[in-house]
Design a protein around this ligand. Structure first.
Ligand code: HEC
Ligand code: HEC
Length: 246
């Protein structure tokens, strides 16, 4: 009953804003997705709410994702968070279990060897297109991305980028920059450039808590010039083909 009430509430909330974006997408989202994914915000405001979240928030999907990635992912879903959304349940960060990276930093490991493979609904191509249209219209955090300007001329090599991510800022203690290489708390960064809009990456890395007030990612006070280099690096990194070379 509670769930039904919540669903009807969401249908009322989401429909007016999205009326022009295509009936099917709205219907699919409300009926098949909204009971797991938050489509209206705000992000969890307390630790308690954060640990109740079992699926990524989608209410600012249009400020965050690249449409092509969404369309492809929804037809063939794969895990992008090696320890799942609720990473605290899956990772072991007790000091004796920490692994060392090449440069001597330590990162978390999973309690078990692997999480279960992701069980996620697969959409047909027309469904994925319709849903992506609606998701790309969810732009509650446009205020945060509108002020960001990505500078594609601040190119780096893979080695220079890895140095920034690993040695200078220690992002690798929580994020993988290659399958199996890096920590498990955050999402995989080797696909970030394909998944995420550059302006979102700039804004999120600059101040993660603007997006998600209780998230574990700290503000690492990345220098503006390094921020542009890191995002250029993540885009370059996402062009590597891991199936072929690893
Ligand atoms: C039973 C809960 C559940 C339902 C229902 C569900 N999802 Fe998900 N979804 C998840 C989880 C969990 C993830 C994250 C997977 C991961 O990273 O390991 C996810 C990830 C996603 C992502 C990728 C975003 C990202 O950053 O990882 C998209 C897009 C998505 N879901 C769309 C949908 C759509 C569209 C529907 C409805 C057709 C739907 N989901 C239904 C649980 C759910
Ligand atoms: C203490 C752990 C930690 C550190 C250190 C850390 N992150 Fe994160 N990061 C996270 C978590 C947790 C998230 C949220 C993932 C999610 O939404 O599921 C995140 C999210 C992100 C995202 C958004 C990814 C997405 O898929 O939504 C980017 C980009 C990112 N981090 C880059 C970085 C960079 C670059 C650094 C270093 C400057 C860094 N992170 C350092 C934990 C960390």
């Amino acid at each position: 009953m509670k769930r039904l009430l919540l669903l009807s509430f969401l249908i009322v909330m989401v429909s007016p804003a999205l009326a022009s974006a295509g009936e099917d997408g709205v219907k699919i989202l409300n009926e098949r997705c909204a009971y797991c994914h938050d489509l209206k915000g705000p992000a969890p405001q307390t630790i308690r709410q954060l640990w109740k979240r079992d699926a990524p928030d989608l209410f600012y999907a249009g400020d965050k994702y690249r449409r092509e990635w969404l369309v492809a992912w929804m037809q063939k879903p794969v895990r992008v968070r090696p320890a799942g959304v609720n990473y605290l349940r899956a990772i072991n960060s007790t000091p004796t279990h920490l692994k060392k990276t090449k440069k001597g930093r330590k990162y978390d490991v999973l309690w078990g060897k692997y999480l279960k493979p992701l069980q996620h609904e697969e959409l047909s191509q027309p469904e994925a297109e319709a849903v992506a249209d609606v998701l790309m219209g969810l732009t509650q955090h446009y205020d945060l991305t509108a002020s960001e300007h990505f500078d594609a001329s601040k190119k780096v090599t893979l080695d220079q980028g890895e140095l920034l991510i690993d040695k200078v800022y220690g992002c690798e203690s929580c994020h993988q920059i290659e399958p199996g290489y890096g920590g498990y708390t955050g999402s995989e960064l080797y696909t970030a450039g394909k998944r995420l809009q550059p302006e979102f990456m700039l804004s999120y890395i600059r101040r993660p808590k603007n997006w998600d007030p209780k998230i574990w990612m700290p503000n690492l006070h990345v220098k503006p010039a390094d921020l542009q280099k890191i995002v250029n690096y993540l885009i370059l990194l996402s062009k590597e083909d891991y199936n072929a070379s690893h």
